[in-house]
Design a protein around this ligand. Structure first.
Ligand SMILES: NC(=O)c1ccc[n+]([C@@H]2O[C@H](COP(=O)([O-])OP(=O)(O)OC[C@H]3O[C@@H](n4cnc5c(N)ncnc54)[C@H](O)[C@@H]3O)[C@@H](O)[C@H]2O)c1
Length: 254
């Protein structure tokens, strides 16, 4: 079960955290993995680890927010069967203290970046006779996390894009789903703790762990396991769905 033999998969932001875990698992299951990362350097460790484990992986330095670069990168990669829109960035703030340039930056990467990759990938999924798309949303889209205005807005758009694409391409044998993780322990979380709570890192880590009723953050491998199910043929009946992976955050937090 869950074989990805003879599949070509693109994973954006595959150099770190959740994307790296997804890239490693997909390669282990037999996929040829193409990582799209901001720089060659940011994909270096993931490529080295996956190759050392016997996986087939390539990296492409490209900003998901740049449509021209993205279209050229998908042209170079050719026909694909799987796209994972995972690249994303964080921001802390309420609407009245979110600066316009920060809002634009978050929307450019977390929303336009997903649009660009969908736009660039559809012709190559179509040419393969169909395939599957997985978008990384967040519980922020479900519950509006405090102090995350721009980020929650962007992830709400990711969930809506998932539905729109699932509907528009169903007849072309392209499925589209999303995952909404609560906190996952990745460099994304460590970076945002050290930037926003300097000197209080351990305390904040503990606090953020406890916001999940299960008492801890998720591991990137746990997100990758759900991603594998959703991108494998075993989930062939699943489309237009968002899957919370949240340690009880949405329904048990009261
Ligand atoms: N970690 C969490 O708690 C958490 C929770 C819910 C959702 N998510 C989402 O999961 C996804 C991955 O998060 P992570 O925690 O693994 O983050 P991460 O920061 O560890 O990794 C993200 C990767 O995306 C790349 N990236 C960023 N901007 C890019 C761009 N413009 N073009 C190409 N690549 C770019 C970065 O270089 C990085 O390697 C994000 O979309 C994030 O919003 C994370």
């Amino acid at each position: 079960m869950f074989s990805l033999q003879n599949k070509k998969a693109v994973v954006t932001g595959g150099g770190s955290g959740i994307g790296k875990a997804i890239s490693a698992l997909f390669a282990k299951q037999g996929a040829e993995v193409h990582i799209i990362e901001l720089t060659e350097e940011s994909a270096k460790d993931a490529v080295a680890e996956i190759t050392a484990a016997g996986g087939k992986v390539f990296s492409h330095a490209c900003n998901v927010a740049n449509q021209k670069e993205i279209i050229a990168t998908f042209e170079k990669i050719g026909n694909i069967q799987i796209l994972v829109n995972n690249a994303g960035i964080a921001h802390v703030g309420k609407v009245d203290n979110t600066a316009e340039e920060d809002f634009d930056r978050i929307m450019n990467v977390n929303v336009k970046g997903v649009y660009n990759c969908l736009h660039g990938a559809i012709p190559h999924l179509r040419a393969s006779g169909g395939g599957v798309i997985l978008n990384m949303a967040s519980i922020a889209a479900w519950v509006g996390i405090p102090d995350r205005f721009a980020y929650s807005t962007a992830k709400g758009a990711v969930m809506a894009m998932t539905l729109s694409v699932a509907k528009d391409y169903m007849a072309e044998n392209i499925r589209c789903n999303s995952i909404s993780p609560a906190r996952v322990h990745t460099p994304f979380v460590d970076g945002f703790i050290s930037k926003n709570y300097p000197g209080k890192e351990a305390e904040m880590f503990e606090k953020l762990s406890k916001t999940q009723p299960i008492g801890r953050m998720a591991k990137p491998d746990e997100v990758a396991a759900l991603a594998l199910f959703l991108c494998s043929e075993e989930s062939g009946f699943v489309t237009g769905c968002d899957y919370p992976l949240d340690g009880g955050f949405i329904k048990l937090n009261n």
